[in-house]
Design a protein around this ligand. Structure first.
Ligand code: ZN
Length: 170
């Protein structure tokens, strides 16, 4: 047994109790939500406003059919897939998420780029100049793109699967 497991400090017990209480609280909330959904008819066993049949009638009344649902999920998949590309393009044009690439003491400065300006070069063309918070100016800066995390990919894949099912189902 390690030191950690054998120590019986009151703080640790309190921590454990709080952990159990939180779990219990979450459990209660989960049960309440389930009961609420049950009595609203979400599981189809009770005739409430959320009964699948009633949801179907409601959607029918507004002219929503299977096609719309498929389009919705396909749209959602596309949005989930490309949101960071759009964000990155936007950031790149706005000059956000850039860090300084000027080498100082054998390593990159890495300070945030605070200004992006158009400058006239000697040959008459315009170039871009980045200014970092330490005052360096450079024509190049390092861009840090926003990347999707594993959850983002999972969600995207799930939506793609649902879209596929919807297409198959129609
Ligand atoms: Zn710098």
């Amino acid at each position: 047994m390690t030191q950690d497991q054998s120590s019986n400090s009151p703080g640790r017990e309190w921590e454990y109790l709080r952990f159990r209480l939180r779990r219990f609280g979450l459990c209660l909330i989960g049960m309440t939500v389930c009961l609420l959904l049950y009595y609203l008819g979400f599981f189809g066993t009770y005739n409430g406003p959320l009964n699948p049949k009633n949801i179907g009638k409601f959607l029918d009344a507004y002219g929503v059919d299977k096609g719309y649902i498929a389009y919705f999920f396909i749209g959602l998949t596309i949005v989930l897939l490309i949101w960071n590309w759009i964000l990155n393009t936007f950031n790149l044009f706005r000059g956000k998420k850039l860090t300084c690439q000027v080498v100082e003491d054998d390593c990159y400065c890495q300070a945030k780029i605070v200004k992006k300006r158009q400058v006239k070069k000697v040959n008459g063309r315009t170039g871009i100049e980045y200014v970092c918070s330490k005052g360096h100016t450079a024509t190049l800066a390092h861009f840090h793109p926003v990347k999707k995390g594993p959850w983002s990919y999972c969600l995207c894949l799930a939506m793609a699967l649902i879209s596929g099912l919807c297409i198959y189902w129609i």
